[in-house]
Design a protein around this ligand. Structure first.
Ligand code: SF4
Length: 467
């Protein structure tokens, strides 16, 4: 494995021997404990109790994730929780229920709380037509205090096929200042094979409009490992992406699991790239974006060096949440809508995954919580370590000890021993005061974090591999 330095941040290169040795399968650590530990012993009253603790800090802003589950068409690679429909009126019903959920939360919190971070995800949030989108923002402003500060982060996931420049103007007027475009790949053959055709000129038109309307950040979601993709075809896609110059890029691995996700059955297994081709793709992604000046944040994210995420990582302040890497603006995140996850006080709570169950709970004036977990003192100690390593690539023992009062090397004596082979493979460097993730370790972040994950059980094999 080789690496080059860019602003003191090593550029990752993927090494077959290391990938095979460590079998990079594992959680993505968007939370700790991860969602597999959520259970149905967690109840609505647990969640209400957690909300009441939030009520005790009335001036703390909130982060809100809001899920819109509807899509007009199915993308064959999809593994999301979504409802494919052409009936626009289903969104009116859904908004009615979202309003009930907002009202119930408002009742517990007792006042309109400031939202400094808002993310609309899906499904396809832009399934909502202009009137429905306007109503949604009006509802939010009825039960919460929407921020007008330039510092706010209000973002929305956009399927390029569902919007025009006029939609972007409306969204900007409604307060959104960040967009995430689901591009996936620009090859016409790949787009046909995944049933998602959004050519370069369509995305380019939206980019130009988004810049004109003053959006402060534009993200592209891309996927590697799709049918008919090769390292060569991917290179062409990446060159087009670099020419469009988004601020952030998330590059996800396609995991073919047709037994779990029925829409994937439309993808012919024989058209998928093999492991060697995917390794070539990973290095193509890493090399091209690095050469273009992007910084590899970790896992699957690249950003421009001046992006607040790169700055936050340099300062050790980057975090992860259910949307991936983020700059934490608030301690508590409310998840609204079907299947959304909240991280509130010392609990994680997930809403009902099925829309009928979500509606039924709200019909009974009950918050639609299906499962969750209360974090223990040990969970918090481990979460701190995992989140620092995966986000900031280092961990200071003194900072951890200041937070928790224990001696790091005593509390994690076994884990430090387990990291020995990783130190020998130059994935990490451990000294008396800290752990640092080295260049080799940047492609093995999940494996490094798994050492501190007390719940991790490789035999469960619920997670996708990197290649
Ligand atoms: S990938 Fe996104 S837009 Fe496509 S079906 Fe899945 S949720 Fe809908």
């Amino acid at each position: 494995m080789t690496f080059t330095m860019q602003q003191n941040i090593p550029v990752v290169h993927w090494d077959k021997a290391l990938i095979e040795k460590y079998d990079c399968r594992g959680p993505r650590y968007t939370s700790y404990p991860t969602a597999t530990e959520f259970n149905d012993q967690y109840t609505v009253s647990d969640y209400e109790q957690a909300l009441r603790k939030v009520k005790e800090q009335p001036f703390e802003p909130l982060s809100v994730y809001l899920h819109i589950p509807f899509c007009h068409d199915i993308c064959y690679y999809c593994a999301c929780n979504k409802i494919v429909t052409r009936k626009q009126e289903v969104a009116d019903t859904y908004l009615n229920y979202l309003e009930k959920e907002m009202r119930l939360i408002h009742d517990v919190l007792g006042r309109k709380r400031n939202i400094n971070q808002l993310h609309l995800g899906g499904g396809t949030p832009t399934f909502l037509n202009p009137a429905q989108m306007t109503r949604l923002i009006h509802m939010l402003s009825t039960y919460f205090q929407l921020s007008e500060s330039d510092d706010r982060e209000y973002s929305i996931e956009i399927d390029p096929r569902t919007v025009t420049p006029d939609t972007l103007a409306l969204l900007k007027g409604l307060g959104f200042n960040r967009i995430s475009l689901g591009v996936q790949d620009f090859s016409p053959q790949v787009q046909q094979a995944i049933n998602r055709v959004n050519p370069v000129d369509m995305v380019e038109g939206l980019m130009v409009a988004a810049r004109n309307y003053g959006y402060s950040s534009i993200n592209f979601d891309l996927i590697y490992g799709l049918p008919y993709q090769t390292a060569t075809s991917l290179k062409e896609t990446i060159e087009s992406v670099i020419a469009l110059s988004p601020d952030r890029i998330a590059f996800y691995n396609y995991a073919h699991l047709p037994e779990r996700f029925t829409s994937q059955r439309a993808i012919d297994r024989m058209t998928l790239p093999d492991a060697d081709e995917k390794l070539l793709m990973l290095n193509t992604i890493s090399d091209l974006f690095s050469d273009a000046g992007y910084v590899y944040i970790g896992m699957d994210h690249f950003v421009k060096p001046e992006d607040p995420m790169a700055q936050a990582q340099r300062l050790g302040r980057l975090q992860r949440n259910f949307q991936g890497y983020s700059i934490a603006r608030s301690t508590n995140m409310l998840g609204l809508g079907v299947s959304s996850i909240s991280s509130v006080s010392d609990t994680f709570a997930q809403n009902c995954k099925e829309v009928t169950a979500y509606y039924e709970a709200l019909d009974n004036n009950v918050l639609p919580i299906e499962r969750g977990v209360k974090t223990s003192a040990d969970d918090k100690r481990r979460a701190y370590v995992i989140m620092h390593l995966i986000s900031n690539l280092q961990l200071s023992f003194a900072d951890w000890e200041k937070t928790f009062g224990d001696r790091f090397s005593d509390y994690f004596a076994e884990e430090l021993r387990e990291l020995d082979p990783m130190q020998q493979d130059a994935l990490v460097e451990i000294n008396a005061g800290n752990i640092k993730v080295l260049a080799n370790g940047r492609s093995m972040l999940r494996n490094i974090c798994m050492v501190f994950d007390i719940y991790h059980n490789p035999s469960k094999q619920l997670y996708s591999k990197v290649i």
